[in-house]
Design a protein around this ligand. Structure first.
Ligand code: SF4
Length: 373
């Protein structure tokens, strides 16, 4: 019989029946219990995060509590988001975006890179892909696609691996997007975003550039490149996943970051995309949770975001901070048709049963406190 509600005693019984080491699919009522435990744990985690968020004076959230931005001044809370945050973020969250993928190269091998596992596309040299389709296109085909789809996109992002590794193929498309008046933004690890390259991107029409500083361990050269870019490109900021190393780097380099003139810092939760990432990050970041039936992240990840935001509020930082969490991705994915296929919300794999057993035990231990390092 499948139960529709589980008491804590039911969970204890279910755990006793669950063979922790087995990869065999458990019976239906145990699956039901696993989902219930994940949901209980998710609720507890969200309660903890929302309590921290509610204590911040300059925090803005949408009515349902899924989007959260910290602003340097309370006045921004009463303005239209469109006039405050990165246009790339605004369009991604509220209207429609597509992403160009044209590079399969990167000089780095970041431990948190999700292109190692799930999100990479095969793109032949000199060709292009779009996030909305598995097909790849020649230059002429891409120009045709963009011209015919121009009214469907309010913004276009450049992503996948390191876009600046394939600089030559960027120019004609970037110039065309500029001509059509579409906002375009790019993610980079910043290593190749040298002064001459930034000058080129500005001339070709890039409107927004986001640096993943953790990819270079917040190197001096990349911090210099970011400061230069902030003078040449209208919207410049940081987008780096939050975990123990990036948090320490943000604190260590905060003066240079705040002096760089950037507009916004996006702090996604670290996404666990494979069993090997799970094994590795559980050791350094602690237990993970599943966001509803979507992304899997360490619980500590979003707490690091709030550690940083609380620091920003105490020290009155002059930069916008986007709590670009799994909640935000859920918010974004609530209108999938508008995003032309860029917002798949499925996790790449299921959490192993042993993890669910861990979560259940945490819930069962009344009054358990979580410690983050
Ligand atoms: S720099 Fe970006 S694409 Fe390259 S390995 Fe790191 S996360 Fe992946």
């Amino acid at each position: 019989m499948i139960k529709t509600h589980w008491t804590l005693e039911d969970i204890r019984d279910g755990l006793r029946q669950l063979d922790m080491g087995s990869s065999v699919m458990p019976p239906a009522h145990i699956i039901e219990m696993i989902m219930y435990v994940e949901r209980l744990f998710y609720n507890k985690h969200m309660d903890d995060i929302r309590a921290r968020r509610d204590g911040l004076k300059n925090m803005w959230t949408d009515d349902a509590g899924f989007l959260s931005f910290w602003f340097p001044d309370e006045k921004y809370k009463y303005m239209d988001l469109r006039d405050v945050i990165f246009p790339g973020c605004y369009h991604c969250l509220q209207t429609s975006v597509n992403h160009i993928r044209h590079s399969m190269r990167c000089s780095q091998n970041c431990e948190f890179c999700y292109y190692h596992s799930v999100d990479g596309r095969i793109i032949g040299k000199g060709t292009y892909g779009l996030s909305s389709t598995d097909m790849t296109f020649t230059l002429d085909e891409m120009l045709l696609l963009l011209s015919r789809q121009v009214h469907h996109h309010s913004a276009i992002g450049w992503l996948q691996k390191e876009p600046l590794e394939e600089l030559d193929t960027i120019e004609p498309i970037m110039r065309y997007i500029k001509k059509r008046g579409i906002h375009q933004y790019m993610y980079t690890n910043g290593i190749l975003a040298t002064y001459p390259v930034v000058d080129k991107l500005a001339e070709w029409g890039l409107n927004e550039l986001r640096f993943n500083l953790q990819s270079s361990n917040f190197s001096d050269d990349v911090l210099d490149n970011m400061k230069y870019a902030a003078q040449k490109i209208q919207w410049v900021g940081i987008e780096s996943p939050m975990y123990s190393k990036s948090f320490k780097n943000f604190v260590k380099h905060k003066e240079r970051i705040l002096d760089s003139g950037i507009h916004q810092i996006n702090l996604p939760e670290l996404q666990i995309c494979s069993l090997s990432m799970l094994d590795q990050f559980e050791k350094t970041e602690g237990p993970v949770y599943k966001h509803r039936r979507g992304y899997i992240s360490p619980i500590s990840s979003r707490h690091y975001t709030y550690d940083l935001i609380e620091l920003a509020e105490r020290e009155k930082w002059d930069v916008i901070i986007n709590d670009c969490s799994n909640d935000t991705k859920f918010y974004r994915g609530a209108v999938p048709d508008m995003h032309l296929g860029v917002v798949s919300y499925d996790s790449a794999f299921e959490l192993p049963f042993k993890n669910v057993a861990y979560l259940a035990n945490q819930i069962l231990e009344e009054g358990v406190e979580y410690e983050f390092f």
